[in-house]
Design a protein around this ligand. Sequence first.
Ligand code: COA
Length: 257
Amino acid sequence: MSEPLVLVEPQYPLAVVRLNRPDKLNALSPEMLRALAETLEALNAEEAVRVIVLYGGERAFAAGADIEAMAKAGPVDIYLRNTRALWQRIWAIDKPVIAAVRGVAFGGGCELALGCDLIVAGETARFAQPEIKLGIMPGAGGTQRLARAIGPARAMEMVLTGEPLSAPAALQAGLLNRVVPDERVLAEALELAAVVAERPAVAVRLARQALRYGHERTLLEGMELERRNYLLTYDTQDQKEGMAAFLEKRDAKFTEK
Ligand code: COA
């Protein structure tokens, strides 16, 4: 039996998902994307898991789509492979996902990190959309999410040159949440995940949804979504408890309901 492409380590209420194709720098083959989508969906359905940390190991978060699997393909092959559907499944996860990035996050690896909610990176991590050097272009958010994250000018430069951004430059550009010493990446991502996991679960998911989906809509539609989700938080036990605890000057005991 070969090694699983994706490993899961539950650390309730957190779960670490680890891409496990180190010899190919976690190149995202269709099989890898499928394994990742299935793993994330299983964790999404598991009530005890509140926040997911996605990690790729020391050398690479992921070095992009699997070039070997693409080199001889034509557009119809790529279309029929339908990796878009796998990406959609990954993006549809509705629990917070934190990317813990060491080494390279190139191509689809950069796009995978961009699709997460928070990114913690090691100081020598590098981010790039190098597809242009292969005669193609980004196909999983690298021209869209990247531009929204760091602005059109910087995204244009990354996509047209294919050159990497260092972690400090990516932090400054607004792509990352934290840059930490390489060996601290997973620990810091888990610490950040633990803070989010302590917050009221329903409010976390509603706020996250407003941020993620609001981004894809007009300002007015985003504001409507925000207002709807805001109102919904008043229907949670945690809202009653959170406000009562504040007024009674005590710590809140959230029920996750
Ligand atoms: N697809 C398939 N295999 C890949 C890969 C990818 N995207 N990225 C790396 N690999 C493989 C290499 O072919 C090599 O396999 P081998 O040992 O069987 O020859 C192995 O992973 C290690 O990569 P290597 O290039 O030897 O490591 P490096 O440290 O010298 O360079 C990178 C690291 C990331 C700079 C380099 O691997 C690279 O440029 N990868 C492609 C990045 C890319 O263009 N991504 C977008 C794809 S659309």
